[in-house]
Design a protein. Sequence first.
Lengths: 445, 180
Amino acid sequence: MASQHEQHGEHVSAHSSPRVLPASLDAPDVLLAWRKRALIVAVVFALLTLPFASVSGGLGHILRAYLMGYMTCFNFAGGALVLLMLQYVTGGKWGLLLRRPLEAMTRTLPLVALMFVPILVPQIGGYLYQWVRYPDAASTNQAYADHLISHEQALTANFKRPMLNPHAMIVEYCIIYAVLFTLMFLLNRWSLERDADPMRGALASYDRWRARFENLSGPGILIYVILMTMGAIVWIKSLDVTWYSSIWGLQFLVAQGYAVLALGILSVILLSRYQPMKTLLRTTEQHDLGKFLFAFVMLNIYLCFAEFLIIWSGNLPDEIPWYLNRIHGGWWTICTLDFACHWLIPFCLLLSRDLKRSKNRMIWITCFMIFARLVDMFWLIEPNFSDSAGNLHLAGNIGMLAYITVPVTLLALWVAYYITQLTKRPLVSTNDPHLEEILEPEHAH
Amino acid sequence: MTPREGIYGLLAEFNTPTELVRATEQAHQSGYRRMECYTPYPVEEAAVALRFHKTRVPLVCLMGGIMGMTTAFLMETWITVWSYPMNIAGRPLFSWPAFIIPAYEWTILFAGLSAAFGMLALNGLPQLYHPLFNAPNFRDGASTDKFFLCLEAEDPRFSILETRAFLEKFAPVSVVEVEL
């Protein structure tokens, strides 16, 4: 089938407009203006955050919102790493289009690692995590005796102590980022070496590099998923020490794919207003990327609903509080909003073929999906705190707005750094057989 | 204009899809509308040249999906709430989370079946007789290595002599009259 398509591509190229690779493959200069805008947004929202530090409960909300911002940035940087490895093992033209943006996202990992450093400080971590506040059995039992935590919280905190304690947190942090940095370093370095290969353009070179990337990416995906599961459990799910679920790692992984693919498509479409992406992005591949995004929308709701249905069916007293905290006390609104933004709206819109092939509409839908990730992150984080049930109002609780300003600050900073990384390399890898296919005239109009 | 007695259309045979697409494009520009391309494998450009953009299959598929979802959901509601109410672990009779999975499966089942049967219905299949099979070169080549353009006699622009002359401009392997 594929060979037939290639054949008839050749036939038709005779009377279609010829497509040539632009002379310069460097990122357009307009990126610098975009970076400046991102930095302005970061500064403005950082300034807007300052007043919240002085209101009652404001500092707490800033810390919670900071964790949310960090997790969203990790969502992009880590997700980009796994999607980059995924496109090496699956192959395909979509991968070639996204490769350089994804590489740029992975190179933001050092910034993301740096963002977590404040949370490693025991005073800040102690505010967020019960197991940092009471780091040993004696202090946990004392907190229970003082009615600061429930019996179950005390028992599970003591039971999970080997994984959840301040020292383990630092060790886990170091292991996770050491491995992610290694993967990031190798993938990014080889990508440049691949383009500089003296044998480039020859079949032997294609095969050698393909095999090399595949051999790293296959095991890399497995290692990444294990480490990311550990990180995602320690960093957000352990906010509620009594929580158990075995689907969470996969759920967070799919959510990463969801957001990273949305951001990748958004980047490529915005870049396609200028050369060289203008020549490289065809409607066919944009349509394929849209279909892939649709698959992530489905997989995401599938896993989220599967977890909910299993816990709802079991109806066990030690499992359901996690959901009850996220449904009662006004949280039903956020829960419904999360469902509508995360699945219902993207699903209905992405069903349309015309929408997936339209650049402007895809820009809107991908932005909306990134917003949906933030709603979801808010729904995951805030209800962990005992005061959250009465928290969903602004009167006397203006610090709640930190959930908007702080994540936006961190994300804008991250985006600025991502754009910096994007400008450092040509926007497409040239030593790849798919490049030739992308330059063929479009099949369908 | 009524179809000419005895003739379905003129069938031009080409060796390459490029020639077929060019002839189809020209035919469209000359005002022909009742025409069809026949190729051994899907040629997107031929569909473009025919201005064959949209079909109603996606709509049929969507309607089928919605019908499957509502049918399953209402059926489960009816069974558990009215027809055979049963207390299961103290849950409310209308326990909608449990209804989602069968409703989802029926959505897929109905959407899939309506896409398949809707496609057949809109295609006019199954069709036991088609005049094109009267042309021997069509029988031999259409599913192997030949590319055909048929300008149908129902088209107001159609005239045996002029249309034949028009098709012969593209240097086809042959142009044959297809009997009804």
